[in-house]
Design a protein. Structure first.
Length: 277
């Protein structure tokens, strides 16, 4: 089954604005049989009070709550229109925010019944001044808010992986996302800051705990090609060492282009799929 499991739409403020219908049409041309629309779920209003960093890292991070009805209307229309050519799944990419798990659970309780495939991701971590900073927005914010607060690369990695593990253990209700997104997103700027390419023994222990939890909960992992195309990453998410560990546990992988434009649909598919075969 050739499946695209991670994609965005014109409702994403930091995307290209490309129409999701044109993205679906490209997926069909590329031979995909399934296509998941997983737009960034809205953030809690109160989150702004705990956020630091560049304003756009907050205001353009996720779709507006006011767009939810239009999002579902468009996605369901595409699902029906192309039903004889491709199976379309509809859901969200949900942010794990430890201070807002109740809000997230209530959001999913309300909108989850309309979804069939969602992703749980860590895009924000606590950093400077005890506030949330964006992991993958700009090198400047990454340096000021996160890297400057960590003793070294391994300490930063450990904080990120702990957040991933916490996201798995959080009570997000009956509609908790079934897949963990780009679990090494913390390495997006690795070449820019010359972060450690490999993980320490302690971090591998934490990674092993994450993978065992994913396996126990019968969740999936996002095999995300986007990092290959980021100028300071040049590596898929997750790293090859983690892919090998997950393969040993027979954890299901779902390819994701993380496309925010027509051009990105299906990119890197054959390269990352070869890593799990």
């Amino acid at each position: 089954m050739k499946r695209e499991g991670h994609s965005h739409t014109e409702f994403c403020p930091h995307g290209s604005g490309d129409d999701v219908e044109l993205m679906i049409q490209k997926a069909i041309k590329l031979g995909f049989q399934e296509y998941s629309i997983t737009e960034h779920a809205p953030l809690p209003k109160q989150f702004a009070q705990l956020y630091a960093g560049q304003k756009t890292g907050l205001t353009e991070a996720a779709m507006a709550a006011g767009d939810l009805d239009a999002y579902f209307e468009k996605a369901n229309r595409m699902k029906a229109k192309y039903a004889d050519q491709i199976k379309i799944r509809i859901g969200f990419e949900v942010d794990y925010l430890p201070d807002f798990t109740d809000w997230t659970r209530e959001f999913l309780d309300q909108y989850g019944p309309q979804t069939s495939d969602s992703i749980l991701s860590v895009h924000f971590m606590k950093g400077k001044d005890g506030r949330y900073w964006c992991v993958d927005d700009t090198p400047a914010d990454f340096q000021e808010g996160l890297l400057s607060q960590a003793a070294d690369s391994q300490a930063l990695y450990h904080q990120y992986f702990q957040a991933v593990l916490d996201s798995l253990q959080a009570d997000l209700g009956d509609y908790a996302p079934n897949r963990i997104g780009h679990m090494t997103l913390i390495k997006k700027f690795q070449d820019y800051f010359q972060l450690d390419a490999n993980f320490s023994y302690e971090n591998f222990q934490l990674i092993a705990e994450i993978l065992k939890t994913v396996k126990k909960q019968q969740r999936e992992l996002d095999l995300n090609a986007a990092g290959l195309y980021k100028p300071y990453c040049n590596e898929q998410y997750p790293s090859l060492s983690i892919i090998k560990m997950a393969n040993e546990l027979k954890i299901p992988w779902v390819y994701g282009s993380d496309a925010h434009s027509i051009a990105e649909v299906g990119h890197g598919y054959h390269g990352v799929i070869s890593l799990i075969e």
